[in-house]
Write a protein that binds this ligand. Structure first.
Ligand code: KG4
Ligand code: ZN
Length: 347
């Protein structure tokens, strides 16, 4: 059954193909506005990052995030239209992240999208942020063979999903504590490398040895769930050990442990489900070692592998517009009563 049924976020309609979709994403610390043409051509993709605003706190401060979204969202919409050579009246649908995320931040995007859809009298399409990440992989490889297994790894989520078709998902596993991205961020903070941690750890890891320290691989042989909190604690404890080694070695060894756990489990899921394709998406999908490991694993299994281009791994509105395009094609739109759902689940 489609995850859109019996869900207050959607109403059934005739399938439609909106030529120009405006996408809005404001669920965390990035305000992004995009315009997608024909479901595939990116006319504009603007991302205003709040990283400098949050960096001094070592993480995202919800009130600061919400205020910053409010300040930039309208100018970004104007700029996206200008870049695309379009007027507001040219738009055929408005897509917006309706959850999960920080409540005030999601609410702001939803209110903005509802106003535009109402005033322009065009369809509103609410998108689950995690489904947006999933669809960003489809921009690269539009006709992915199904069933597909997807590893969704971001700052807030770590999930292995099986998709029999777009919208028909089974969650095979998820994290029991910290998300993979969160573990990168926390280890980075402890090493004084700053936020967001993923890119900083990846850069330093390139100068170190991934075999230097044997960090545990939590729950490696147990089902499809993850636990990254134990690994994070092991790294933090190691920082005080007399055989600490270099920060580069710590980063390389930590990254190797994360990549090992993620890849072992998702490739096992691919085999178990006899999936025909493997997708990697979410902010952590920008990690070079992880991309390489999964590409290699998929090649060995003889299945298609896809992941978004680097700039579409972290939060962006292109993926929201892309997901909305697919929803429209399936005949779904959202009512103007669409609400922000901070804890929205994928299934
Ligand atoms: O999807 P995303 O932009 O935001 C959420 O939905 O959470 O993911 C952000 C996460 C952060 O935890 C960040 O450290 C991680 O993605 N990340 C990376 C890399 N680039 C971003 N993790 C590992 N390696 C990277 N290159
Ligand atoms: Zn995200």
């Amino acid at each position: 059954m489609s995850c859109r049924e019996n869900n207050g976020n959607y109403i059934k309609c005739e399938p439609f193909a909106p030529e120009y979709i405006l996408g809005l994403e404001s669920s965390c610390d990035e305000t992004s506005v995009a315009i997608l043409r024909g479901g595939q051509e990116i006319l504009a993709n603007l991302v205003s990052s709040q990283i400098p605003l949050h960096a001094k706190y070592g993480g995202v401060v919800p009130e600061v995030a919400c205020r910053a979204h409010m300040e930039v969202i309208n100018p970004l919409i104007e700029e996206a239209l200008e870049q695309s050579g379009l007027k507001l009246s040219d738009l055929n649908a408005v897509a917006v992240t309706c959850g999960p995320g920080l409540v005030g931040a999601v609410l702001l995007g939803v209110a903005c999208a509802k106003t535009l859809a109402g005033c322009l009298d065009i369809p509103l399409i609410g998108v689950n942020h995690m489904e947006g990440h999933l669809f960003s992989a489809l921009l690269e490889t539009p006709d992915l063979p199904m069933p597909m297994v997807c590893l969704l790894v971001s700052g807030g989520h770590t999930m292995i999903i099986k998709a029999d078709n777009p919208g028909e998902y089974t969650v095979l596993g998820s994290t029991r504590d910290d998300a993979a991205g969160e573990a990168f961020d926390k280890v980075s903070k402890a090493l004084g490398l700053g936020y967001p941690g993923g890119p900083k750890i990846q850069a330093l890891a390139e100068k170190g040895s991934r075999e230097a320290i044997k960090f545990a691989r939590p729950m490696l042989n147990e089902g499809f769930d993850f636990s990254f909190s134990g690994l994070k604690t092991a790294v933090l404890l190691h920082l005080n050990s007399p055989e600490r080694g270099s920060d580069a070695d710590i980063c390389a060894s930590f990254q190797e442990a994360v990549v090992d756990v993620l890849s072992t489990k998702v490739l096992r899921a691919v085999r178990r489900c006899q999936a025909k394709s493997l997708a990697l998406a979410g902010g952590v999908a920008a990690n070079k070692a992880l991309r390489e490991r999964l590409a290699d694993g998929a090649k060995r299994l003889g299945i298609t592998f896809t992941c978004p281009q680097l700039e579409l791994c972290t939060d962006n509105a292109v993926m929201i517009a892309k997901a909305a395009w697919e929803l429209a094609r399936e005949g779904w739109r959202s009512p103007l009563s669409l609400d922000a759902k901070p804890n929205l689940e994928l299934v």
